[in-house]
Design a protein around this ligand. Structure first.
Ligand code: NCD
Length: 307
């Protein structure tokens, strides 16, 4: 059964097609309002979420489908010790498609290998988060009109930020990509991403702790939150949490057509004074995420022969 665990599970052609479908949904919502009538999406979130969970749910409702969900991880049978593999088999009896978020890297693989319906990884620990990448890609497409020849800066927690790992993987398949990695030393991009993606694909990149230094070159600035829940001690988190705070002052040398993205939630990384700057794209990105999730649900249900 087809599942999306990693963004690389989707080919570049499939991404183009998803962007086309999402754009058509934006332009003609009525055409899609009943396509999933009678079908059910199960959302299983074993970690906190606002956007991802609600955008999956809103996506399914806007396709005319229904949603079943568990109130919280604590109230599910996982708290009694049920394995992800068993949960996958059980939920497959109730739902036509499953989206799951889990704190453990690799949980999405276990789900996909045990479910009998299509599954979508809604974030597995510090590993990856492919549907956030779909939101990011539609945002880049709408703002820049291209994926080639872009200089993209990733700033903040590049170590634990799964959205960063997934977007770097996605961008690695386009031509003329330059990457700037801006983080404190302790939160650098994991070496497996550097080796397996950037170095393997010969993507030029710089690593720095200084955001202002690279700012003038950037077409996209991808800000991220320091991932408190993945730290081993609170002291390190407190020391690093405010390493980067984007303010109007810091944008002085930025390009006029820079696009500022952030997967959200924002804690302190972007001053609210930037929200009205035309370069701020993070709330548009939220909406784009819903449309891309609609396109993905449609694609997977069609491929499964469910609709
Ligand atoms: C991100 C995540 O869960 O990884 N949030 C999201 O899904 N939009 C980013 C984060 O939590 O910092």
């Amino acid at each position: 059964m087809r599942s999306v665990i990693d963004i690389l599970d989707l080919s570049v052609e499939e991404l183009d097609q998803l962007i086309k479908t999402a754009t058509d949904i934006i332009d003609n919502p009525a055409k899609y309002a009943h396509v999933c009538a009678g079908k059910k999406l199960a959302t299983l979130f074993f970690e906190p979420s606002t956007r991802t969970r609600m955008s999956f749910e809103a996506a399914m409702y806007e396709l005319g489908g229904n949603v079943i969900s568990m109130a919280s991880a604590a109230s599910s049978s996982a708290s009694k010790g049920e394995s992800v593999a068993d949960t996958a088999k059980v939920i497959s009896c109730y739902a036509d498609i499953i989206a799951m978020r889990h704190p453990k890297e690799g949980a999405a693989y276990v789900l996909a290998h045990n479910a009998t319906v299509p599954t979508i990884n809604a974030g597995d620990g510090g590993h990856c988060h492919p549907t956030q990448t779909l939101a990011d890609l539609l945002t880049i497409h709408r703002e820049k009109g291209r994926f080639n020849n872009l200089t993209v800066g990733f700033c903040g927690d590049l170590k634990f930020g799964r959205t960063v790992h997934s977007l770097i993987n996605a961008l690695s398949r386009y031509e003329g990509i330059n990457i700037a990695l801006i983080s404190p030393d302790e939160l650098k991009l994991p070496s497996y991403v550097k080796k397996d993606v950037l170095q393997k694909k010969d993507i030029p990149y710089v690593q720095t702790t200084n955001l202002e230094e690279v700012m003038p070159a950037l077409d996209i600035l991808y800000m991220t939150r320091v991932q408190r829940e993945r730290f081993f001690n609170e002291e390190d988190y407190l020391r690093l949490k405010d390493s980067y705070i984007l303010t109007p002052e810091k944008l002085k040398n930025a390009k006029e057509d820079l696009a500022i993205l952030h997967p959200l939630p924002r804690v302190n990384e972007i001053s609210v004074a930037i929200d009205d700057d035309p370069r701020a794209c993070y709330f548009k990105q939220v909406l784009n995420g819903k449309y891309m999730r609609m396109a993905l649900i449609l694609k997977l249900l069609k491929e499964a022969g469910t609709i």
